[in-house]
Design a protein around this ligand. Structure first.
Ligand code: EPU
Length: 422
């Protein structure tokens, strides 16, 4: 078993470059199969979710090459092959093949998706959307089967501005006959990135980034290129780390607007930072004021930063409150923060954090991706050694996290228990 080991309390200085966004690339790859030709993605992060999706498109008989952060996908020989359950289960985003294969072949058989265990995570909005477009949906064992003689544009209202449902419906509707309107669509920057690729391929999508998206169906989609946007959650995580142990730590390749909600909370806490074009420079202050945070859909405070933020909130001078409104069970990090010495109480979806606490290194677990980010953050400020188990979750979403932190002065490494025992 691989583990991350951190000897904490080092000052971090230097530069961390932000990679392409996980939550964009995991939809851009399935979107690419809608093209009848080559699609090139630049700034593709080398994380295990990317590798799993490349395995899937290779299985669908697409040709692909992935070098120097550039992924080229050629769909000329694509076949609608059943993706094995073991592969679908590896990540949440395997569900984007529902919309993409349905649009391309009018038939898709997809096993239930995987992903972090942070709540029940139903996909009823996706299913209702596909049905509105004319698909028949059946469940057979652990599999969804979608069929449509043809897909027809429709008016679709989402009960909640779901990122996944917005993208999946956009994918399915791109080649439908007529026009589709998605109301109460998600507005996350990743949605804009996906719509831009689809439009570059010849789709006619307007309104992406607002709550009303209009998709006029087209018959064919062609070759295109796209840059994956910078990962705002990775940027946010390193910004939080900089607020805790940075000394003029530079975080480069960011889009400031994408992390506005976080920056405004940091300002409220008394953290100082400077932003110039695409670079944020941040240092740890002497003390932090407590704050109240509610996670919300974009442009609100992102749920994906709630867990790493909790590590920072253990250091404020007083009581901070973090209310998680998107997922009902995003709390895997709480018991390990407590084990490290934090004073945290969990009441339903609300974490009540009394600071400042001296954190002590110990053995902890990454119960999910962002819980893992919280453990890394806590380990960097803790006294002594923190050993994080189950790090595969972290490596699904943070490219070269150990190298990036080592380069700025952290004492962090990956060990392999099995090899070390031999
Ligand atoms: N929901 C439903 N029904 C649906 C779809 C969603 O009830 O059909 C509920 C979910 O259960 C959840 C809420 O709506 O409570 C939000 O779900 P959403 O569909 O917006 O999230 P997602 O598409 O499953 C993506 C990211 C998540 C990120 C959320 C919110 C990917 C692969 N995942 O998930 O990323 O938290 O949007 O921004 O893009 C992460 O990176 O750590 C992560 C979990």
């Amino acid at each position: 078993m691989r583990k991350i080991v951190i000897n904490g309390q080092k000052e971090l200085t230097g530069e961390i470059k932000i990679s392409g966004a996980k939550n964009s690339v995991v939809a851009l790859i399935p979107a690419a199969i809608l093209s009848d030709d080559k699609v090139t993605l630049y700034n593709v992060p080398d994380i295990s979710d990317t590798r799993s999706l490349i395995d899937i498109i290779n299985l669908l008989k697409c040709e692909s090459s992935y070098t120097d952060e550039t992924l080229v996908i050629d769909t000329k020989n694509i076949q609608n092959t059943l993706i094995p359950e073991s592969l679908s289960k590896k990540l949440r985003a395997s569900y984007y093949f529902m919309g993409a294969l349905l649009a391309k072949f009018h038939y898709a058989e997809i096993y239930f998706p995987g992903g972090c265990n942070i709540g029940s995570r139903p996909i009823d909005f996706h299913i209702k959307g596909f049905e509105k477009l004319g698909a028949k949906v059946e469940i057979e064992g652990n599999k969804y089967i979608f069929r449509a003689e043809k897909l027809k544009g429709a008016r679709i209202y989402l009960d909640f501005a779901s990122v996944g449902a917005t993208i999946n419906i956009m994918l399915a509707a791109c080649k439908a006959e007529g026009t589709t309107y998605i109301s109460n669509a998600a507005k996350e920057p990743e949605i804009v990135n996906i719509a831009t690729l689809l439009n570059n391929m010849g789709a006619r999508i307007s309104g992406a980034g607002t709550s009303e998206i209009r998709i006029e169906g087209v018959e064919h989609l062609h070759s295109a290129v796209i840059d994956v946007i910078p990962d705002r959650i990775e940027a946010g995580t390193y910004t939080i780390i900089g607020a805790l142990c940075g000394k003029d730590l530079k975080i480069t390749g960011i889009i400031e607007d994408h992390i506005d909600a976080l920056l405004s909370k940091l300002k409220e806490m008394g953290v100082e930072y400077k932003c110039t074009i695409n670079t944020l420079t941040i240092s740890a202050p002497k003390e932090y004021k407590p704050v109240n945070i509610r996670t919300l859909v974009f442009p609100g405070f992102p749920t994906d930063l709630g867990q790493p933020m909790c590590a920072l909130l253990t250091q404020t001078n007083g009581v901070s409150i973090l209310e998680e409104t998107i997922y009902e069970n995003r709390i895997g990090h709480i018991k390990y923060l407590q084990k490290m010495g934090a004073h945290v109480r969990q009441e339903n979806r609300t974490s009540i954090i009394i600071g400042p606490s001296k954190l002590k290194g110990t053995e902890v677990e990454a119960t999910d991706l962002r819980a893992g980010a919280c453990m890394v953050t806590a380990g960097l400020i803790a006294e002594g050694t923190t050993t994080i188990d189950n790090i595969e979750h972290i490596l699904r979403g943070y490219e070269n996290i150990v190298e990036k932190l080592t380069n700025v002065g952290a004492d962090i490494k990956i060990i392999d228990d099995e090899i070390d025992k031999k």
